[in-house]
Design a protein around this ligand. Structure first.
Ligand SMILES: Cc1ncc(COP(=O)(O)O)c(C=O)c1O
Length: 454
């Protein structure tokens, strides 16, 4: 019988996070202070982040030790399994080998707990008692609510209105672990009230929810802000995914030709691929593919330059691919991928050609998610269905070229709370939104006058 699962003991949970900054041929341009336009330093970030995380944000050390209390909590679900997708391979009739790292076994059902736990830990160490955050799909909000419970902290989650309405059980999860959750834009902040005044029916966006959470943290002494993606320290925490996968692939005697992840802000993708990147930069023949929604095509149709990380222009200016900080993506079912920007590290890798980006429509992604569920059993979250679509494209390409490839992708979450989205797909009601170039041009116009890249 062919082996399906590759499992590691608890003792194999990594002892360090891997910092890709130590091995990249070049780094992205630095973040800028939104007021002065100058590169930001620790003092700019200290009102909203604890020093432990700020140090990680700017570190050039290759290995950053994982504190024992964080490792102990990781052992609740880590190491996560690596699967050989034997069922999917059979369904596709391919001789390619397909592997997936399954992060849906975490308590909240996605990779997000890999960073929510250390974020809560470092804040608690420095005496912070309350965290404020945004959430798109509700995956990050539930992961942070879980982590705050473990460290006996309060938590407030600003949940993008579109997801708040689509995913009521994510709200229930957030409340079960003890956090407060409100729909964003909300009447609780200046940023939210301004947006509601201009558009009372706003479906919200991650950019708006970030503005609300940053304002909450900046205006209360007991509160700091936690971000579920984009920043260097968040991507760093996710690298345990790729580090474990490397060991598990070695157990399987496999060497990947292609790595695939979906991208919203870039963290699950980075977590899987960064530990393989030094090999690629040193000339190893690995293709790395980032899959995003056609309804929010940041990497494939966005502009590469400085932009604000949030809609209210309070967050730092980041060097990234962006659709414009005011861009409100159509209300697709992959709430976690509705972000106007991208992690500067991921943008830089796309810009320098180490990573390829592709965009897919949601119905073609759900078709693959359903095929996967029927072949492998697990129901994927809508976000990684984009990675699945890219995997199938890779399989088709290998067939055309007459080669056998080994493909690894990150199945970064399950979709057990996303059944309304599956219902929409299965009943033929799912709509694919076309984004006319004119709409993107209007959003990009707001980038004029912002600092140029060096
Ligand atoms: C399951 C899942 N996958 C992917 C993402 C996108 O985030 P990132 O690109 O940081 O992994 C999210 C974000 O909420 C998510 O919930």
């Amino acid at each position: 019988m062919a082996q399906r699962r590759y499992l590691l003991d608890e003792d194999a949970i990594p002892r360090n996070w891997y910092n890709v900054a130590a091995d990249l041929p070049s780094m992205p341009p630095p973040p800028l202070n939104p007021g002065t336009g100058q590169p930001i330093g620790p003092d700019d970030l200290s009102p909203i982040f604890p020093m432990g995380l700020i140090q990680q944000e700017v570190s050039a050390e290759r290995w950053i030790p994982i504190p024992d209390p964080v490792r102990a909590i990781y052992s609740m679900w880590r190491p996560t399994p690596l699967y050989r997708a034997l069922g999917l391979e059979a369904a596709l009739g391919t001789t390619c080998k397909i592997f997936y790292k399954y992060e849906g076994v975490s308590p909240s059902g996605s990779h997000k707990t890999n960073t929510s736990v250390p974020q809560a830990f470092y804040n608690r160490e420095e005496g912070v008692t309350r965290l404020a955050t945004e959430t798109g799909a509700g995956q990050w909000g539930s992961a942070l609510s879980f982590a705050c419970r473990l460290f006996e902290m309060e938590c407030k989650v600003y949940m993008v209105r579109a997801s708040y309405d689509q995913k009521p059980y994510r709200r229930s999860m957030i409340r079960t672990w003890g956090a407060e959750v409100v729909a964003s834009p909300s009447p609780d902040t200046h940023a939210g009230r301004d947006i509601l005044e201009a558009d009372p029916a706003s479906t919200g966006s991650l950019g708006i929810a970030i503005s609300e959470a940053v304002e909450d943290a900046a205006t209360r002494d007991d509160t700091k802000y936690a971000l579920g993606s984009v920043l260097n320290h968040v991507l760093l925490h996710q690298t345990i995914v790729g580090m474990e996968a490397r060991e598990q692939l070695a157990m399987a005697g496999a060497d990947p030709d292609v790595l695939v992840g979906c991208v919203g802000g870039g963290s699950n993708f980075a977590g899987l691929v960064f530990p393989f990147l030094a090999d690629k930069a040193a000339g190893k023949d690995i293709r790395i593919v980032a899959a995003e929604p056609a309804a929010c095509p940041t990497l494939t149709r966005g502009h590469y330059g400085y932009d604000f990380g949030d809609t209210a222009k309070t967050a730092p200016l980041l060097a990234m691919h962006t659709l414009g900080h005011g861009f409100v993506p159509p209300a697709i079912h992959s709430g976690g991928l509705r972000y106007h920007g991208m992690a500067p590290l991921v943008s830089h890798l796309v810009h320098t050609g180490l990573v390829e980006a592709r965009a897919y429509k949601q119905s073609e992604c759900f078709a693959e998610a359903v095929r996967f569920a029927r072949a492998e059993g697990i129901i994927p979250a809508p976000e990684p269905s984009h990675a699945l679509r890219a995997v199938v494209e890779e399989v088709e390409r290998a067939r055309e070229e007459g080669v056998e490839k080994t493909i690894l992708f990150n199945l970064c979450g399950h979709g057990n709370f996303d059944m309304a989205a599956y219902d929409a797909y299965l009943s033929g009601e799912m709509v694919d939104t076309e984004l006319p170039q004119a709409e993107l041009d209007i959003a990009a116009a707001e980038l004029e006058g912002l600092p140029a890249l060096p």
